[in-house]
Design a protein around this ligand. Structure first.
Ligand SMILES: Cc1cc2nc3c(=O)[nH]c(=O)nc-3n(C[C@H](O)[C@H](O)[C@H](O)COP(=O)(O)O)c2cc1C
Ligand code: SF4
Length: 502
């Protein structure tokens, strides 16, 4: 049997080109690629942008819901225009948001803010993007071991959510036996509340490309992939332009831009690899880890956009410099903030800044704050007693939450916690890939439990939520199922009076 069908990665593009789930498309793509039609059908039905192409999409993520996105859906309904309600579109700073069939924004609030230009910051979204590739040149003059010492000394932890030390993965891929290896950029950013990678690619695409080129040279990869969220056409244009300009500096390095098709789970690194390979984006069992068996079975370094964008300045200014920028942990961090604050946006602050400090950068609270979600839906809710708790990787886990991708959402006292829980549980139910029964069924049951409670006010509706959480945590392959109950459980824990029933 053929190990890899060389045409398989083309499946997604061909499906998009021929119109997704339209009649006859699966057969045509099967003919063109040699992949069985049933398999192609399985792929096309997995990805919402392929399964339901050509319609407007209205965001029902928590920030958009709080900003009144229901009204956008009602208006489309009244006009009889086809539309789809989706769990998150990645523009929480501009809520409420609607996009058209080409993924372009058609309805949105004011543009989000960013930290003003400050050359002391490693990413510095407000600065002029630098296309000199001086860090890449400096790296080429460095001894690889000396570079690794700098990367280790920088304390850089992955910015995609797990906070894993970057240097360990880089070293692991470099140390694999000689052969093909890949570097993959995770630019699928889909966690509700998170939009920092979008701004980085829009404003500082060369920072990312330069960090990626350094990673490729270090691990010995000649081909790299950027897996970009399908709902991000503007970052796509920015990257395409920047890649064209960067070419003379890249020494033949092949960087391929692969678009996502509307599945949040493809942000999970192994699901992302499956997606690039032209399959349903379902997470793989680990081990083996992608550093050993990754894309097309080869050792693969996968890093988040922000992680790679930190690397050029680490090369130029050293590991200690980067490390000392942090407050409780190393480096600066791009924090996203949306919801009930004056100036939603992306703010680069010392890692370990508190909610109060972040909100100060964002112009203050709107109304009386009641709760916040520090790292997207996956981090649950915290009460305002934690407004001075450092927003970092270690500290937040101690209080039963997590920094994740640092997508902070603030809720004021006009928001009913049960309604807020419902928005988040809908997200997880929509986005579970469905391969693990505890996650697939558990996500649905948690959403049904909160629905039943909202409808009846009967606390009995919620009596099995902890047991369900246990099943999901123990029986899930990936992080989605493990954390999907947190919005419900943390809201019950921190806001008990709102779950007493009537
Ligand atoms: C359900 C789920 C969704 C994820 N989504 C993203 C994402 O959108 N972007 C991202 O960089 N990492 C995401 N991750 C984390 C990745 O699996 C992986 O840890 C990360 O890309 C590694 O890069 P880093 O070490 O630079 O953080 C997700 C993880 C899970 C479990
Ligand atoms: S935990 Fe959920 S999202 Fe993750 S692999 Fe299992 S079913 Fe899919």
């Amino acid at each position: 049997m053929q190990k890899h069908n060389a045409n398989r990665p083309a499946v997604m593009d061909l499906l998009e080109h021929h119109g997704g789930l339209a009649p006859g498309v699966s057969a045509k793509v099967s003919e063109e690629t040699g992949v069985p039609e049933a398999d192609i059908y399985g792929v096309v039905s997995f990805y919402t942008l392929l399964a339901k192409p050509g319609v407007a999409r209205v965001c029902q993520g928590i920030s958009c819901a709080m900003a009144g996105s229901d009204a956008l859906a009602d208006a489309l309904q009244a006009k009889g225009e086809p539309y789809e309600k989706v769990s998150c579109l990645g523009y929480c700073d501009q809520a409420p948001v609607q996009i058209d069939k080409d993924m372009e924004l058609t309805k949105h609030g004011p543009r989000g803010s960013i930290t003003p230009d400050d050359p002391a910051l490693p990413i510095n979204l407000g600065g002029q993007d630098d296309a000199s590739y001086s860090a890449l040149k400096a790296f080429e003059g460095m001894d690889p071991d000396a570079f690794l010492d700098q990367l280790q000394g920088s304390g850089l932890q992955g910015r995609g959510g797990a906070g894993f030390p970057a240097w360990i993965k880089w070293k692991a891929v470099r140390n694999e036996p000689i052969g093909t290896r890949y570097v993959v950029v995770n630019a699928d950013e889909g966690e509700p509340g998170t939009f920092k990678d979008r701004e980085t690619m829009l404003r500082r695409p060369h920072r990312l490309i330069e960090g990626l080129a350094i990673a490729c040279k270090y691990v010995g990869a000649t081909t790299a992939y950027i897996y970009l969220r399908g709902e991000f056409p503007a970052p796509r244009r920015a990257l395409e332009l920047a890649l064209a300009k960067a070419r003379p500096h890249l020494g033949g390095l092949d960087i391929r831009l692969t678009m996502g098709h509307g599945a949040y789970i493809c942000g999970e690194e192994t699901a992302l690899l499956e997606a690039i390979e032209g399959k349903r984006g379902m997470p793989r069992l680990k081990p083996p880890y992608p550093t050993q068996v990754g894309l097309f079975g080869e050792p693969t370094l996968i890093n988040n956009v922000e992680t790679l964008a930190c690397v050029p300045e680490i090369v130029l200014r050293g590991g200690d410099w980067f490390k000392n920028l942090g407050k409780t942990e190393a480096g600066s961090k791009l924090y996203c903030i949306s919801g009930h604050v004056e100036k939603a946006g992306v703010y680069e602050l010392p890692l370990g800044a508190t909610l109060n400090e972040l909100v100060q950068a964002a112009g203050g609270y709107v109304g009386t704050p009641k709760a916040f979600s520090p790292g997207g839906a996956s981090s649950g809710f915290l009460p305002m007693e934690h407004a001075d708790t450092p927003l970092d990787f270690k500290g937040l886990t101690k209080v039963g939450s997590m920094l994740g991708s640092a997508g902070v959402v603030v809720l004021n006292d006009t928001v009913d916690m049960a309604a807020a829980v419902r928005w988040q549980q809908i997200f997880f139910e929509d986005e579970s890939c469905g391969q693990c029964a505890p996650c697939r069924i558990g996500c649905r049951m948690q959403r049904q439990a909160i629905d039943a409670f909202i409808e009846s006010g009967d606390v009995a509706s919620l009596e099995h939520t902890e047991d369900l959480h246990w099943e999901m945590e123990e029986g899930s392959i990936c992080g989605l199922g493990m954390v999907a109950s947190l919005p419900l459980l943390t809201a019950q824990k921190h806001f008990p009076s709102e779950f007493e029933g009537s």
